[in-house]
Ligand binder design. Structure first.
Ligand SMILES: NC(=O)c1ccc[n+]([C@@H]2O[C@H](COP(=O)([O-])OP(=O)(O)OC[C@H]3O[C@@H](n4cnc5c(N)ncnc54)[C@H](O)[C@@H]3O)[C@@H](O)[C@H]2O)c1
Length: 369
């Protein structure tokens, strides 16, 4: 499995141009002090800062406490709250706990939140910031590959309900995203591979050269400088799409590539599959469907199957498309009436959205695989 060796490398800053809500994503092997300075500068002069930390990350990574301490030297009234690890922080109960804790600790409307953790932490932090006292500022330090390239960029925040994932939420843009790839040192291999699925997606929908880079690297350890470039390229894809469609009314749908089938497979697995693993399978299904509909270059399916497998991701989608999975596609949030807005990739770096009737989609998918 190709892995990373995050160490020192150059600092990259990517602007997210959203008018008054603009901010910067910094990909920086910056070290705690520089990260804290960058966050403090972006937050302006908050009256206090609450640092929300994924509790498992807090146990595993030696980088967390120095960062919290550095934040405390650059921001007023810094207190740390450890969140339930991973997805378990994405509940309304956990949000209520965080908001109660903020109130008990006297954080007012001028205060800010800083989230340190994966996508679950950034979703929790952003949503708490969106609703506490009707909205306060926040920044995130993403610590998983998926959070760096996807979850922390774009301002979608939220939590899960028993009825489904991400059903309650708000758009609330951060003031800064500060990603140090060195945090990935402690990330389990499986989680790293899952993040790579979203990197491949970014390449497929908008950056053919990123796919070339991944193919040149997959199978060997990825040098730190290459990993930083890969993260940067994937972030740029997401930033470009978000900047063109902040509220997901049009272009942003292309980010859903691989997700119509992927979400259904993920849910049908009882969430035993990681999101990125399900997206890998969903991308294979979407490419196969594109080939069957005469939209996608046939060679691309072969190429991407090989790449995703070499990245340590599952590709055996045919055996996973049971009736339960196909039925779940009908519940896709992105569905419009009886049609699913399905994203297809004709060639590397290009995505199109087609409305496909649900009744046609199921047999076409089964025939395509
Ligand atoms: N808002 C968005 O636009 C958006 C986009 C994509 C995904 N998401 C959300 O992101 C979440 C998935 O994010 P994720 O994959 O980062 O998962 P996660 O936040 O659940 O983290 C995965 C696991 O890794 C641990 N962890 C985090 N950083 C670590 C590190 N550096 N070292 C060791 N362990 C570490 C966590 O404790 C957790 O167990 C989902 O809830 C998904 O809905 C949101």
């Amino acid at each position: 499995m190709p892995l990373r060796s995050a160490s020192r490398m150059g600092v990259t800053t990517i602007s997210v141009p959203l008018g008054q809500r603009s901010y910067e994503v910094c990909i920086a092997p910056a070290g705690a002090v520089d990260m804290a300075q960058g966050i403090a500068a972006a937050l302006g002069k908050p009256t206090g800062a609450a640092v929300l930390v994924d509790s498992r990350l807090g146990e595993l990574s030696p980088r967390v406490q120095p960062l919290v301490e550095a934040l405390a030297t650059h921001l007023p009234r810094v207190r740390r709250l450890d969140l339930p690890a991973g997805e378990s922080c994405k509940t309304l109960a956990a949000i209520e706990h965080t908001c109660g804790w903020l109130a008990d600790n006297g954080y007012d409307r001028g205060a800010a939140l800083v989230g340190i953790g994966g996508g679950a932490t950034s979703d929790h932090t952003g949503f708490a910031a969106a609703i506490y006292l009707r909205g306060i500022a926040y920044a995130t330090c993403p610590t998983t590959l998926l959070a760096m390239v996807d979850a922390s960029v774009g301002g979608k925040t939220g939590v899960d309900l028993a009825a489904g994932k991400n059903l309650v939420g708000a758009f609330h843009q951060p003031r800064a995203v500060m990603a140090d790839p060195a945090f990935l040192d402690s990330l389990p291999t499986r989680e790293f591979a899952a993040g790579m699925a979203e990197v491949v997606k970014a390449g497929l929908i908008a950056d053919a050269a990123l796919l070339d880079t991944l193919e040149a690297q997959a199978g060997a350890p990825m040098p730190a400088a290459v990993l930083a470039r890969v993260i940067e390229a994937a972030v740029r894809v997401k930033v470009d799409v978000v900047a063109a469609d902040e509220r997901e009314s049009g272009r942003r749908a292309v980010l859903n590539f691989g997700h119509t089938v992927g979400h259904a497979i993920e849910a049908a697995s009882g969430f035993r599959l990681l999101h990125g693993e399900a997206v890998s399978l969903g991308m294979i299904a979407a490419l196969a469907l594109g080939v069957a509909r005469g939209v996608t270059e046939p060679g691309l399916l072969v190429r991407m199957t090989a790449l995703l497998a070499r990245l340590g991701l599952p590709v055996d989608v045919k055996h996973r498309l049971g009736a339960d999975v196909l039925d779940r596609m009908g519940f896709d949030k992105k569905r419009v009436s009886d049609k699913v807005r399905f994203v297809l990739v004709p060639r590397p770096g290009q995505a199109i959205v087609e409305g496909i009737a649900l009744d046609d989609l199921k047999p076409q998918l089964l025939a395509a695989l």
